[in-house]
Design a protein around this ligand. Structure first.
Ligand SMILES: [Zn+2]
Length: 64
């Protein structure tokens, strides 16, 4: 299983129709909208630290 980097949905790469290559890695998407979002700013969706470190950055909209 791959994970859609935009919405974090699990994607079956065997049936996935939306994919994009970035820096030699293939990313899969649930919908064309997610693919477009990713291609516009891939770093935004790949900036999460690897290794299970918690993200300290606040969400863009803040708590309600
Ligand atoms: Zn998606």
């Amino acid at each position: 299983m791959a994970v859609d980097p935009v919405c974090k949905m699990e994607i079956d790469e065997k049936t996935c129709k939306y994919k994009s290559e970035y820096k030699g890695k293939t990313y899969y998407f649930c919908a064309p909208g997610c693919q477009v979002d990713f291609e516009e700013d891939p770093e935004k969706y790949l900036s999460e630290p690897a290794g299970g470190e918690e993200r300290k950055e606040p969400p863009p909209y803040g708590p309600c």
